[in-house]
Design a protein around this ligand. Sequence first.
Ligand code: BTN
Length: 324
Amino acid sequence: MSKDDILRLLRASTSGYLSGAELAGKLGVSRTAVWKQIKALERDGFRIEAVPSKGYRLTASPDLIVPGEVTAGLGTRVVGRELVYRPEVVSTNMLAAELAQAGAADGTAVVAETQTGGKGRLGRTWISPAGNLALSVILRPALPTHQAPLVTLMGAVAVASAVRAATGVPAGIKWPNDILVNGRKVCGLLTELSAEPDRVRHIVLGIGINVNMDRLALPSEFRERTTTLSAETGGTVDRIALLRELLRQLDRWYRTLQEDAAAVREAWTGLNVTLGAWVAVSGIGGTVEGTARAIDAEGRLVLVLDSGGTVQVAAGDVTIIKKA
Ligand code: BTN
């Protein structure tokens, strides 16, 4: 029995109250054990009222991810069946990579309240204060190495779908790794690959979503280009509900990717905000401008140049210059 079990039962109680004896009976432990866990929950910031003839009632919860509430009845087949939770890490991607090396199962999810050294793309840092979502999932897809970039597309489809379903915010995908709301970034994805020449060993799919953080936590140069889900909805977003939806969407789209990759590309196309726009893509070889036309079978962006020719870009930073 853990603190999470008690929280789950208190939240599920229709009257709001559950006596120490009821809790003890449901969990098969002593009333003293229940009382100890209630005290531990109070130390974590939960407020629990104790009324002599009625029992315990949860009156306030801190904005914390409670692993037991994330996984209870989740019903996923692969993603999130193992959940590793840490109040603070350097980077969930780094911890996930270590766990993957040590043999962690396909779909293992690593989640943290805060990161002290969150990693962004292209060696950048990712600011990861309390109130956001920092998640990394270990994936071991049966894919040839050249198709590994499709995992990023799959992750973006899952994030945009989960944000829409859990909050109603109209999230869109900017190729390759960003999720935007009304032109502002709300989430970034960082996919790190461990592969042999012909097959993927494992992939760490890192997802950082700006949920409830104060935008003032960001350096001023990022603020204009960045938004949070709480800013978009005008209220505090339930991060546990969002994370549950995200794990379910990842589970669904990860399966789809391995069975029918074209269906992932189709979903991506329906959710993207890049195609049809005039864009500049800057990468290692410089910057190229053109109309974003399509995503090819390996997840590359197909650009139509002014000259009428086409190029496929595998990686880079996209600036949307003009909508179609
Ligand atoms: C980007 O937009 O540059 C990608 C940002 C990815 C951030 C996430 S937060 C969870 C995971 N752990 C990390 O260290 N990075 C990713």
